[in-house]
Design a protein around this ligand. Structure first.
Ligand SMILES: [Zn+2]
Ligand SMILES: [Zn+2]
Length: 114
């Protein structure tokens, strides 16, 4: 039984096309995820002023992990004045909270950050 060379060529071209589209699609998704992450980081950095190191132990506990805010720990200070570990010891992170809650502070829920 002879295979029709035209059919074979079309199948081969179709496969190349599918693989090509798949690769382009994967690259597009990867690029989009990278851009989204970069945009988020930039937005947090702009609105929240980055991460600082505490020079003294604060009175209140971090509301995310309930641990003390010891001097020397890395913290993120929101523009409402509330301070959180960056990151917390229990695997939580103020950035995770902010991402899920549209940049609203977990203590005062003020959404003036966005
Ligand atoms: Zn904490
Ligand atoms: Zn606050």
């Amino acid at each position: 039984m002879d295979e029709n060379p035209y059919v074979l060529a079309i199948i081969r071209a179709a496969w190349s096309f599918v693989i090509f589209v798949g690769l382009v699609w994967m690259c597009a998704i990867a690029a989009w995820m990278w851009v989204a992450r970069a945009w988020w980081k930039l937005r947090v950095w702009w609105t929240l002023g980055g991460v600082t190191t505490l020079d003294r132990t604060l009175g209140g506990n971090c509301v995310i992990c309930q641990e003390r805010m010891e001097a020397g720990s890395k913290v993120r200070t929101l523009c409402c004045g509330h301070v959180f570990h960056k990151p917390c010891d229990n695997g939580m992170d103020i950035d995770m909270w902010l991402r899920e809650n549209k940049l609203s502070c977990p203590v005062c829920r003020e959404n003036k950050l966005s």
